[in-house]
Design a protein around this ligand. Structure first.
Ligand code: ZN
Length: 575
């Protein structure tokens, strides 16, 4: 066709432009996505990002749409199922537009779970579809396998994105247990993008990526979608690739908790899906609709006034944001302090005890010093008594005015010698943990079944520990495994070790007791960057534990905003 014919032909579709080379480019883009799936499924590469144009998530079976010709990700999902017998595929669409093409392709298919967040503004934002709202949950057998999180306001920030991951996507994804994760990786959801108008910084993609890297045994394929501010786009792509390569994620600073509009969306989504997913069973109902309607009218009035004053146009121009911080992976990723008779695990370096430092606490202090100087990223020590070994570590770190996140798994009593002034935050997961928190910075998570119920443990990690940890933003994570954590399987422990590495520039020190020597190998593997094995399809958690976790979450959310999941709970709504 001539350019003139092509222009006319394009009018049939929404928001597309065709050039004589478009077909070739589009087939190359789809082909690149398939090659990436081949690489990951055959184990040639662990994960990857297909940097392709044109994007794909808007296009449909027989219609181009929204700059997209072929639906690269949908085709890749089908291909993985047909060629490699993959049973369950998770598609995470973090582009700021709704990938309606992906939704249409799989809405009646329970083997593909599609998650999308998108600028929606009560159906006023392109593609302005009723079916992009939270109540489109999938059809027939696919009911529950389509998750739409509509953003009804612009300006969403890092906290809003993380809250959706912690309270919607991750619990459901772990319950779904995918064999492969595909991402519609659009970066128009980052700050500075003229289409998205959101305020999440490029750093956030390090965390979104990291949080997906332990699903499906690490089989993760990202395909580029939108992104229209070249500075923001390139920074976001860069931190994403660094994370895929195993570099530590930048610290998630200044998380303020989700805004009211985001909470309203989260509450609606959780309510719409609570009958499909046991992890959401205790979710609150949707907020009363009058609340939303009233607000929309107010917002519209505000917006009109702003437009009249010309503020909307001004606020778009000249947005600036800090460059993402980068951190070079230290020469030693994982140092181990283990008995001489034990072989050094693969990928780790035995930490040579200094001649002069003959006591364990001195050695741990030296190790911490090297982590502070970023000569070592993380460490593992086998000690005679974890409770005793913790004290000097905490003392040393807090003497440097650094916040320490202490995670205790197991143990029969409250660990002593913990400061309560905010220099440490302790999360204690155990069947013997006290029922009530004694202060804002000591949080007992009581699992009746000890840690043997993997579903309950996963829920505790994803919906309680991670939000607390991210909001606290420690400079060091101290993870301890105490006796009395019986029943916790190695896979769940590895998930914990891996997920915590998203914090504190990856500075995680793990202490395990001599009786847990068998944990050295799996722990070292997780610390040195191997993806944790899949937990399998999680059954419904033990009801008692689940209810206790929910009560704890509600009780703590006055102090910890990232634990909030609904508008009523936050209290600000009534005023
Ligand atoms: Zn987009």
């Amino acid at each position: 066709m001539t350019l003139e014919d092509l222009r006319e032909f394009a009018l049939v579709y929404g928001c597309v432009y065709f050039h004589p080379n478009s077909y070739r480019c589009a087939t190359l883009a789809a082909g690149a996505a398939l090659q990436l799936v081949d690489g990951v499924m055959t184990g040639r590469v662990r994960n990857g990002l297909a940097l392709v144009r044109p994007p794909g998530h808007h296009s449909m079976r027989s219609a181009a749409n929204g700059f997209c010709v072929f639906n690269n990700v949908a085709i890749a999902a089908k291909y993985a199922q047909q060629k490699y017998g993959v049973q369950r595929v998770l598609i995470v669409d973090w582009d700021i537009h709704h990938g309606q093409g992906v939704q249409y392709a799989f809405e009646d298919d329970p083997s593909v779970l599609y998650f999308s967040w998108h600028r929606y503004e009560h159906q006023k934002f392109w593609p302005e579809l009723r079916e992009s709202d939270y109540d489109s949950v999938g059809k027939d057998k696919g009911a529950g396998f389509n998750i739409n999180v509509p953003w009804n306001k612009v300006g969403m920030q890092n906290s809003d994105y993380l809250a959706v991951f912690f309270h919607v996507l991750l619990p459901v994804a772990y319950e779904f247990c995918p064999d492969l994760v595909l991402v519609c990786a659009g970066f128009d959801s980052a700050i500075g993008d003229p289409e998205g108008e959101m305020c999440a910084t490029p750093d956030i993609f390090a965390h979104l990526t990291h949080l997906l890297m332990n699903l499906a045994g690490g089989k993760l394929c990202l395909m580029l979608e939108g992104g229209y501010n070249l500075t923001s786009l390139s920074q976001s792509v860069c931190v994403t690739v660094r994370t895929l390569l195993g570099d530590p994620a930048p610290r998630p600073a200044n998380l303020q908790g989700p805004c009211q509009s985001a909470l309203e969306s989260i509450q609606c989504v959780r309510a719409a899906h609570r009958k499909y997913w046991s992890c959401l069973k205790l979710a609150a109902g949707a907020p009363p609709s009058e609340v939303s309607t009233k607000r929309i009218k107010l917002e519209e009035k505000e917006r009109e006034e702003k437009l009249q004053r010309g503020e909307a146009a001004d606020s778009k121009a000249g947005i600036t944001w800090p460059q993402p911080q980068t951190c070079v992976l230290p020469p030693v990723r994982t140092a181990v302090v283990i008995p001489e008779e034990m072989a050094c695990p693969d990928g780790c370096k035995r930490f040579n005890l200094s001649q002069h430092a003959d006591s364990l606490s001195d050695n741990l202090t030296v190790l911490l010093g090297k982590m502070e100087k970023n000569e070592i990223c993380n460490g593992l020590a086998v000690v005679g008594d974890v409770s005793m070994a913790m004290a000097p570590v905490i003392q040393h770190a807090t003497s440097l005015k650094q916040r320490v996140l202490v995670v205790c798994v197991g143990g029969t009593e409250v660990p002593s010698h913990l400061p309560e002034d905010g220099t440490t935050l302790t999360v204690h997961i155990s069947k013997e943990a006290p029922e009530e928190p004694s202060c804002k910075y000591y949080i007992p998570v009581r699992l009746k079944n000890s840690c043997g119920d993997t579903s309950g443990f996963a829920q505790a990690i994803l919906s309680v520990l991670l939000p607390l940890a991210y909001e606290y933003d420690p400079a060091l994570v101290l993870l301890t495994r105490l006796p009395g954590s019986g029943g916790l399987n190695d896979g769940a422990w590895q998930q914990l070790v891996s997920l915590l590495q998203g914090l504190a520039w990856g500075h995680v020190l793990v202490l395990v007791q001599e009786c847990h020597k068998a944990l050295v190998k799996p722990t070292a593997a997780a610390l040195s960057g191997s993806p944790a094995p899949s937990l399998g399809r999680l059954p419904a958690p033990v009801v008692e534990d689940f209810e206790a976790l929910e009560r704890l979450r509600v009780r703590l959310q006055a102090d910890w905003m990232l634990l909030r999941t609904s508008v009523q709970e936050s209290g600000a709504e009534d005023n």
